[in-house]
Design a binder for this molecule. Sequence first.
Ligand code: GMT
Length: 376
Amino acid sequence: MRIGIVCYPTYGGSGVVATELGLEMAKEGHVVHFISYSQPVRLDLYAENVHYHEVVVTEYPLFDYAPYELILTSKLVSVVKNENLDILHVHYAIPHASAAYMAKQILASEGINIPIVCTLHGTDITLLGKDASFEPVITFAINNSDAVTAVSESLRRDTLKYFNVKREIKVIPNFINLNNYSDLKPNGLRARYAVKGERLIMHVSNFRKVKRVEDVVKVFGKIHDAMPAQLLLIGDGPERYNVETMCRELGKCDQIHFIGKSKTIERFLINADLFILPSETESFGLAALEAMAAGVPVISSNTGGLPEVNKHGYSGYLSEVGDIDSMAKGAIEILSSDETLTRFKSNAKQQAIKFSLPEILPQYERLYDPLLLPLV
Ligand code: GMT
């Protein structure tokens, strides 16, 4: 199969999922063409069968805003034609599925049929709350793709609730490539940040408001009052300044470390005792799954797709959004004895196996197959 994958290249779960999916498809012998405005962070261009096409946005003196969706559409038409693609898999309804729809129409006028698979990752759905003017485009893009998937049952439900969708949405959960974790051993990182006996706690995100990083600090404050502990905050984004200020106000600067963005978070996570993800909403919460794959229990909010990923009392605990006391209570319980911690760590790893690549990849292949039948 010759597959085109369109995704956002930035640090974020959707780009990671799209990249890992494409790389695995390429390993299976499919030819995969990634199309994005810059190289996705985890895309290895040495890999066999993998190609990358950059959508170059040129400034035109005539326009105040570069017409990105049209530039992407033209790129899709060109790559589908010149690379003989069989299918386009776009991650996000806007602008990717809407651009793909336009490309499909242009190609149809030349007698070329290109099926479009659209995977919804959440922000396209929650965006509606912020800007309702996108609604007609999102609804149209969803209804006019050849197949649509959502990364959790919760996202599927939300999509049906907020949009006038008249078609099936299949849930294919996000996945984890456990090979990236199998050879990892705790490394010198723990010794660098946590002296003997201190618990090492981590959070990874893009520091958007929706991630509630301030809650991570508040929960950590309570844990630290109960036991020796250190916190690593990995990632960067709009809320970092506020969170840094908060750490200073709490007088916890010696225990809270800002790491910045990392392409290999598993090398950090493998050293952690606990992961905190208190988001306002998460359609899935890939960061929680990555932590569990590294054998790290998760304290998360009970929102969106998170309860499908993190099992309460097994791989960690779930609390209502903003319930700092409950999150701290769950964290302290997990961290209070080595025995409990070992049990939760092992459970977290077991839970992650349910989302391992071999479980999920065939679901995408089964989705693609019927779309490839020639039109009669
Ligand atoms: O959460 C973000 O800020 C990034 C966004 C993205 O585009 O990667 O994440 C969304 O997609 C991920 C992959 O499917 C999910 O794991 C995240 O839960 C989802 N984020 C939200 O729903 C807020």
